[in-house]
Design a protein around this ligand. Structure first.
Ligand SMILES: [Zn+2]
Length: 334
């Protein structure tokens, strides 16, 4: 399947700039595995299945732990040590940034989806790649057998910034939808105990599959950025187990076995002028809690203080230009 390359990861790294000819193979159980392109591989069982599952990683190329998990899942499917009971599309998003151990080369790919790549220079590799990945996902859903009743997409990431909560999910906004209990059960099974509910449509890979194809999708932040080979994959056992159960065809539990706290944005922190002052330390961890009344920012006579309940910061980054977002304040849903 991978020619002279040891595995899916090595093949993806080596063929970033090549035109990859699709490779097809049928496993003894009848499962069809097709390498569609560099970093894009489809698995189709020959038994009736009810789920289309997209598992993506490396939309940010230096977020290596999930890439290693995906490499091993694909290896185990090909070795027939992992049962393939559902159709799965595996994606390694950004092979060029994987090769240079950077988040991206020219453009942050996770701002290019839901068609937003069209607003960029389409000669850039990442812009072309986002368009292609959208097409692969579209085809994957379009080719579903009639037995398929649900679409899931888990886009796997790790964070640059440390977090009070090691793992959390981000649930894309789609008008009128609620986070279902069985997806909370998936998160709990994956050892993820927090989920941030977005309140606006976004241009991430997971927003794309939610908005365009009605998938239950998440961006999952699973740990911290480390070079290839330096990850302690035992810290990722939960997500590995939860995904492998789904791939095997196990149904999701109806209810989460552990609580999953839902957070929503209560304030978007924008840098409003050159005089704008920020009172959160530069090294604040994601999900650091601030007590009611804490001053967060001030700009002349304008300021923001935490309201009557505790609030939590995520993605603080005050070093952005005036007019841009410097972080989000969250509150827990009760
Ligand atoms: Zn990421």
């Amino acid at each position: 399947m991978f020619g002279p390359h040891a595995d899916f990861l090595q093949h993806t790294l080596a063929t970033a700039d090549d035109a990859v000819t699709p490779e097809f193979s049928v496993l003894s159980a009848g499962t069809e595995v097709t390498l569609l392109d560099c970093g894009v591989l489809r698995v189709e069982p020959n038994t009736a299945c009810d789920t289309s599952l997209v598992i993506s990683c490396a939309v940010h190329g230096n977020e290596t732990a999930p890439i290693e998990l995906v490499r091993d899942m694909v290896r185990d499917i090909l070795d027939e040590e992992q049962k393939a009971g559902q159709r799965v599309l595996f994606v390694m998003g950004n092979p060029w940034s994987m090769n240079i151990a950077r988040r991206f080369t020219d453009v942050n790919m996770n701002r290019l989806f839901a068609g937003d790549w069209q607003q960029y220079d389409t000669s850039l590799k990442e812009v072309k790649r986002a368009a292609k990945l959208e097409a692969y996902v579209a085809n994957f859903f379009a080719e579903e057998p009639v037995t398929v009743k649900q679409r899931f997409h888990y886009d796997l990431h790790t964070a640059i910034r440390a977090s009070k909560r090691e793992r959390f999910g981000i649930y894309p906004f789609v008008e009128g939808r609620q986070l279902p209990d069985n997806q909370k059960a998936f998160l709990a099974r994956a050892d993820i105990d927090a989920v941030l509910l977005q309140q606006q449509e976004a241009n991430t890979f997971s927003s794309f599959s939610s908005l365009r194809y009605g998938a239950e999708s998440f961006t999952l932040e699973l740990g911290s950025v480390k070079p290839f080979g330096e990850n302690d994959l035992s810290r990722y056992r939960g997500i590995d187990f939860a995904l492998r159960e789904l791939i095997a065809g196990e149904p999701l539990p109806e209810q989460p076995k552990r609580p999953v706290t839902e957070f929503e944005v209560c304030h978007t922190i924008d840098v409003t002028s050159d005089q704008w002052e920020f009172f959160i330390p530069d090294d604040a961890l994601n999900f650091t809690e601030y007590a009611p009344g804490t001053l967060i920012w001030r700009d002349g006579s304008q300021e923001y203080r935490v309201g009557t309940e505790p609030e939590y910061i995520v993605f603080p980054n005050p070093k952005v230009p005036v007019g841009e977002r410097a972080g989000l304040m969250l509150k827990a849903r009760t």
